[in-house]
Design a protein. Structure first.
Length: 482
C-alpha cells in the first residue's frame, strides 16, 4: 500500500492478476420448472407448502424461470463480464427419488448450462448440494440418517461422470450449518424439524457426505479443484464479562468450529461434543473412520459472509440493555444460552442484518492462522434491500453498491494481510426465492419482475461490471459504523 508521503490509503486498490470475479445462484431459488421433465419433489417443495412456513405461501414452482430462460441469463453473465459462475445442480432433477438411474433430461439441462458458460468464456463453478434434498430421502430420515450420505455419494458419481470433462471447480455442499441447524434444529428451513439431537446428527452426516464425495470427484475428474462452502460468522462478546466471552465461544462453536475443525483438523471440538452429549442421536452417530474421510485434503474453501454478530449470555440481557444494546427476545437455539445484540448506530439490510465488513477480514485472517493456507473463494456475499423500479425504469440500489464496495475492500484488507483469497462471487445474480422469506427479499444485482420474469439490471450490476473490468475497488470505510 503506497502512502505517497502521507498516511492516507491509495483510493484505488488493485487486485492480483487472475483474481476470479463471479456471480452465484442456487437451483431451487431460480430454476422454477418444479414439475418439468421428470424432476421429483424436494424438501423445499414440501416445506413451502406447509402453512406458515414461507412468507406469503410463496413456492419455488416458477421462481425466476431460469430453466426456460437460461440463455437470457447466460447473456447477462457475459454482459457482466464475470470470469466464473457458481450454480447448483438440483438433486431431484437428476434422481427424482434420490436414488436409482439418472434422469437424462435433467442432466442435459446442466450440460447445456455448462456448454453455454464455456461458449462465453465463463468458468463453471458447480455446487452439488444447495439444500434441495429429494423428498423421498427425507421421508426415510433425511440427513439424520447415514443412508442419505451414501445416496448422495451415488448422486455425486452420476453428476461428476456426466459433467466432469467441462467443470474444473466443484463444491460438495453449500452451508451445511443451515441444512442441519435451521432444517432440523430450529425448523426455520426445510424440512422444518425442531430437534437439537437430530440437528447434531445431520451436522455429522452432511460432513460425511462431503467426505464420501471427495474421492469420487478425484476419481471421476482427476483435474478437479474440490472444496466445500461454509457460512461463517465473526462472533464478538457484548462485553468483557466472562459469561459473555463464553457465550460468544459457544456460538462460534456451533456455527464455525463444528465444521471447520472436522474438515481441516479431523476432529470435532471437545467443548461442543460435551455440550451436545445429552442430545440423541446427536454425535453418537460418528463411526470409526468417518473423520478421516471428512478431513481429506481440499483444494480450496468457499466462504460465505453476510453480517457480524455480537452476543451476550442469556442471563445478562438486562446488563446489555443498560449498555445501550437492543437485545433479541429469544434465540433459535435455546440450548446455547446466547442472546444476539443489535449494535447502536449500525446500518442494517432488509434482512435486519447489521452491516460490518471488518468481520469478513477477521474471518479470513483467522482461517489462515488457525486452519489452512489453501486458496479461499468468497462464494457468497451480498445484501437485500427494498429495491424498486423508479418512474424512469431504473433500480438505483446505491445502498447495495456501498455494501459491495465495503466488503470487497475488506477482502482486499485480507489480501494485504497475506491471506490467500483468489476470488469473489456476488450473491446474487438475480432476485430470487429467498427461502423462508419467499419473494419478499431481493438480493440480486438484476431485478426480476416475478409476474412476468422480465430482467432489469440495477445500478449495482453496472458498478460490479466496472469493478471486474478494472480488477480493483475504491477504498471504502464501513457504512455500518456510526
Amino acid at each position: 500500500m503506497s502512502t505517497n508521503g502521507s498516511n492516507k490509503r491509495d483510493p484505488i486498490r488493485p487486485f492480483p492478476p487472475g483474481f476470479l470475479w463471479g456471480a452465484a445462484t442456487a437451483s431451487y431459488q431460480i430454476e422454477g420448472a418444479a414439475h418439468a421433465d421428470g424432476r421429483g419433489p424436494s424438501i423445499w417443495d414440501t416445506f413451502s407448502r406447509t402453512p406458515g412456513a414461507v412468507w406469503n405461501g410463496d413456492t419455488g414452482d416458477i421462481a425466476c424461470d431460469h430453466y426456460h430462460r437460461m440463455e437470457e441469463d447466460l447473456d447477462l453473465l457475459a454482459e457482466l463480464g464475470v470470469g466464473a459462475y457458481r450454480f447448483s445442480v438440483a438433486w431431484p432433477r437428476i434422481q427424482p427419488s434420490g436414488q436409482g438411474p439418472a434422469n437424462q433430461v435433467g442432466l442435459d439441462f446442466y450440460r447445456r448450462l455448462v456448454a453455454g458458460l464455456r461458449d462465453r468464456n465463463i468458468e463453471p463453478t458447480l455446487t452439488l448440494y444447495h439444500w434441495d434434498l429429494p423428498q423421498p430421502l427425507e421421508d426415510a430420515g433425511g440427513w439424520t440418517v447415514r443412508e442419505t450420505a451414501e445416496r448422495y455419494a451415488e448422486y455425486v458419481d452420476i453428476v461428476a461422470r456426466a459433467l466432469g470433462s467441462d467443470v474444473e471447480r466443484w463444491i460438495t455442499l453449500n452451508e451445511p450449518w443451515c441444512c442441519a441447524w435451521l432444517g432440523y434444529g430450529s425448523g426455520r428451513h426445510a424440512p422444518g424439524i425442531q430437534d437439537i439431537g437430530k440437528a447434531a446428527a445431520a451436522n455429522h452426516h452432511l460432513l460425511l457426505a462431503h467426505g464420501l464425495a471427495v474421492p469420487i470427484l478425484r476419481s471421476a475428474v482427476p483435474e478437479a479443484k474440490i472444496g466445500i462452502t461454509l457460512n461463517l460468522g465473526d462472533f464478538q462478546p457484548g462485553s468483557e464479562h466472562p459469561l459473555d466471552v463464553a457465550a460468544a465461544r459457544r456460538a462460534d462453536g456451533n456455527l464455525n468450529r463444528l465444521f471447520l475443525e472436522p474438515v481441516f483438523h479431523g476432529r470435532y471440538p471437545e467443548d461442543m461434543l460435551e455440550h451436545y452429549r445429552s442430545y440423541q442421536p446427536g454425535f453418537s452417530v460418528i463411526r470409526d473412520g468417518d473423520l478421516e474421510l471428512i478431513s481429506q485434503p481440499l483444494d480450496f474453501l468457499g466462504m460465505n459472509y453476510y453480517f457480524p454478530s455480537t452476543v451476550v449470555d442469556a442471563t445478562r440481557a438486562a446488563e446489555a440493555r443498560v449498555a445501550g444494546y437492543f437485545v433479541a427476545a429469544g434465540d433459535q437455539f435455546p440450548d446455547l444460552g446466547v442472546r444476539s445484540l443489535e449494535t447502536p448506530g449500525r446500518d442494517k439490510t432488509a434482512m435486519d442484518w447489521e452491516i460490518e465488513a471488518s468481520g469478513l477480514t477477521s474471518l479470513l485472517v483467522r482461517f489462515r492462522e488457525e486452519y489452512a493456507t489453501i486458496p479461499i473463494y468468497i462464494t457468497e456475499n451480498g445484501a437485500a434491500f427494498d429495491d424498486y423500479v423508479d418512474p424512469n425504469g431504473n433500480v438505483l440500489d446505491h445502498n447495495r453498491v456501498a455494501y459491495l464496495q465495503e466488503h470487497i475492500s475488506a477482502v482486499h484488507d485480507a489480501l494485504d494481510a497475506g491471506v490467500n483469497v483468489q476470488g469473489y462471487f456476488v450473491w446474487s445474480l438475480l432476485d430470487n426465492f429467498e427461502w423462508a422469506f419467499g419473494y419478499s427479499r431481493r438480493f440480486g444485482i438484476v431485478w426480476v419482475d416475478f409476474p412476468t420474469g422480465t430482467r432489469l439490471t440495477k445500478t449495482s450490476f453496472d458498478w460490479y461490471r466496472d469493478t471486474i473490468q478494472s480488477n480493483s475497488v475504491e477504498y471504502a470505510t464501513s457504512m455500518g459504523s456510526s
